[in-house]
Design a protein around this ligand. Structure first.
Ligand code: MD3
Ligand code: FE
Length: 204
């Protein structure tokens, strides 16, 4: 009985506190250039509870009219996304197992009422490349299932400083964030959770 998919790895507390603080500082600088905004669901226009921005050559965006996609510019300011900071490139080199660079870093900000429903990440042209995720701030309850909807799921907490690498079969598993636990980390002054997701979008 395989509950956790092959290729899934969770590295608890990989980033020490000073690295976490440094990442928060570089993200604050990125957010000054590329403000957080609230994406909309395709077709319905229902706003996400999570606010987002990106850095990298490409950023993941979504709106009512055009749906999920990657594009080189911020949807509100039309400016190119800021570059991916060296600290994140280094973590990718260390842990992804990939020889190539990520092109996109999605920055998700969860206040304590935000959630992310179960979904698959399949907007990338390159679905063989691993995805690397970094958690900062408040703890969340994360859920991962199977490659088809409705399969068995497993829930566990992601804490500040945890890194998750999704390779192999896990890359196309359904996953989501059920809950943020308020006041579980002192890292962000006003609480909440940041998730950084590094992805390769195009073929190598
Ligand atoms: C499992 N973000 O942005 S990160 C997303 O915590 C997303 O913000 C969540 O799902 C968050 O798309 C989860 C961990 C993660 C990222 C990508 C995955 C888990 C994944 C891709 C495939 C399977
Ligand atoms: Fe996802």
């Amino acid at each position: 009985m395989q509950v956790l998919p092959k290729g899934f790895s969770h590295i608890p507390n990989h980033l020490n506190i000073s690295t976490q603080r440094e990442l928060v500082d570089v993200i604050r600088e990125i957010v000054k250039q590329a403000p957080l905004y609230r994406p909309e669901m395709p077709k319905t226009g229902e706003p996400f509870s999570v606010r987002m921005t990106n850095c990298g050559e490409l950023g993941w965006v979504s709106d009512e009219q055009s749906g999920y996609r990657y594009q080189p510019n911020h949807p509100k300011t039309s400016k190119p996304w800021p570059k991916i900071p060296d600290q994140l490139m280094q973590i990718w080199r260390e842990l992804s197992g990939a020889e190539y660079s990520p092109e996109a870093c999605l920055i998700n900000f969860y206040d304590t009422s935000a959630r992310m429903g179960l979904h698959q990440d399949n907007d990338e042209n390159n679905l063989e490349a691993p995805v690397l995720s970094i958690s900062l701030g408040d703890t969340c309850q994360f859920r991962i299932g199977q490659t088809t909807r409705g399969g068995q799921t497993k829930s566990f907490k992601l804490h500040s400083g945890d890194v998750v690498v999704l390779g192999g079969e896990s890359r196309l598993c359904f996953h989501g964030v059920d809950k943020i636990y308020p006041d579980t980390s002192p890292l962000l002054k006003n609480g909440g959770r940041i998730n950084l997701t590094l992805r390769r979008v195009t073929q190598t």
